[in-house]
Design a protein around this ligand. Structure first.
Ligand SMILES: Cc1ncc(COP(=O)(O)O)c(C=O)c1O
Length: 370
């Protein structure tokens, strides 16, 4: 029985009537751009993130772009980030005119290493962008200590609702960074029915600037204080997300259950390393990502067995052709390079049945001769 990497139709089937009704309310209302559901979603996501403000925008890439513009980052500035992330993190740095400066990851959890990040800081560094990869928070507390006084934009595209225990309290994704950025790309734990994104912050002045930047740099219609963007959150997407939001915790818990099932099922497979979740973290498992011996052969085997899987990410960003101008070479970030050769993500979506989980486990174990 084939198992897909993600089955959005299975999730849609469980909420179809509610989503369609919410979408039809927007259609009947005809307030498509920044209509009432957008403000309602902003309020709900701010509450979920433990922040005072949330500002909807067109997607998670724009959330990063708008955040850097709100912090006046541009030409001549450097921004430190991880080379082991989705392209958008570094692409947004380039697109505001700044220079991406990479720092290697912690091999245990794939997130940026605080020591490496601190070593990458120069007098030109204007921000740090840690990424909460695969659904667990980066070591935000350690990063704040290692790199004080530099604004932090937390790329929380993959981590909405995840927590990290800091000073005895479950701190939420985006809560203690200067700005947190969220993606509602359909494959995220809270996915829209198209593109959508959001920025969260505790800072009122930054929130106001972000609201202005998303509407061409002017809060008063046809008057522009600065040149901004068209990066508004669509009312239809906000209505979908508001309908899905009450289910998020249950869905993320189901992903954790599936992850625990795999962890137990692969515990005796010497050639596999199951995901290490930092003891301070509660992951939302946007991905369940193994390190695998003979990864490419395992991938070919899973393909033959029609088991959905993916490699996030096959080429670290410092080795991407478009960043050749930065002058990095193979060997500069050995942990990111090793991760890109060893990782493989398996289906972990909430609607997986026990039968499907069993199929995945059997196919993987069979490959290693168990
Ligand atoms: C880590 C990371 N950053 C940024 C993004 C960009 O988000 P979007 O696709 O909504 O632009 C994504 C997801 O796609 C992501 O996974």
């Amino acid at each position: 029985m084939p198992v897909p990497l993600l089955d959005l139709r299975a999730q849609h089937a469980t909420i179809r009537d509610d989503v369609v009704a919410a979408m039809m309310r927007v259609v009947d209302d005809q307030a498509f751009i920044l209509g009432p559901p957008v403000g309602q979603l902003e309020e709900a996501v701010a509450a979920l993130s433990g922040t005072r403000y949330a500002v909807g925008c067109a997607n998670g890439t724009d959330a990063l772009l708008l955040s850097m513009r709100a912090l006046d980052i541009g030409r001549g500035d450097e921004v430190v980030t991880t080379p082991f992330t989705f392209f958008a993190t570094a692409g947004a740095i380039h697109n505001v005119g700044a220079k991406p400066v990479f720092a290697d990851i912690d091999p245990d959890n794939f997130n940026i290493s605080p020591q490496a990040a601190a070593a990458a800081v120069t007098p030109a560094t204007k921000a740090l962008i840690p990424v909460d990869l695969f659904g667990q928070l980066a070591p935000i507390d350690a990063l704040v200590i290692a790199i004080p006084d530099i604004p932090m934009i937390e790329d929380a595209a993959q981590s909405i609702g995840a927590t990290r225990e800091i000073d005895g309290r479950a701190t939420r994704a985006g809560e203690i960074a200067t700005i947190g950025t969220i993606s509602f790309f359909p494959s995220k734990n809270l996915g829209a029915y198209g593109d959508a994104g959001m920025v969260v912050t505790q800072d009122e002045a930054l929130a106001t600037r972000l609201r202005r930047l998303r509407v061409h740099g002017g809060l008063k219609t046809y008057y522009h204080d600065e040149v901004g963007y068209n990066s508004r959150l669509d009312s239809l997407q906000a209505a979908v997300l508001l309908t899905k939001l009450p289910h998020l915790e249950k869905w993320s818990a189901a992903r954790r259950r599936n992850a625990a099932y795999y962890d137990a099922a692969f515990a005796d497979v010497a050639d596999l390393r199951t995901p290490a979740i930092d003891p301070q973290n509660v992951s939302i498992y946007n991905q369940y990502t193994l390190r695998a011996a003979r990864r490419d052969d395992l991938q070919a085997h899973l393909k033959k067995r029609e088991i959905g899987h993916s490699i996030y990410y096959p080429l670290p960003l410092h080795l991407q052709p478009c960043f050749a101008y930065l002058g990095y070479r193979e060997g500069d970030f050995p942990e990111s390079e090793r991760a890109s050769k060893e990782v493989l993500s398996l289906p972990v979506y909430p609607e997986l049945t026990e039968g499907q989980l069993g199929e995945v486990v059997e196919a993987v174990r069979e490959f290693y001769g168990y």
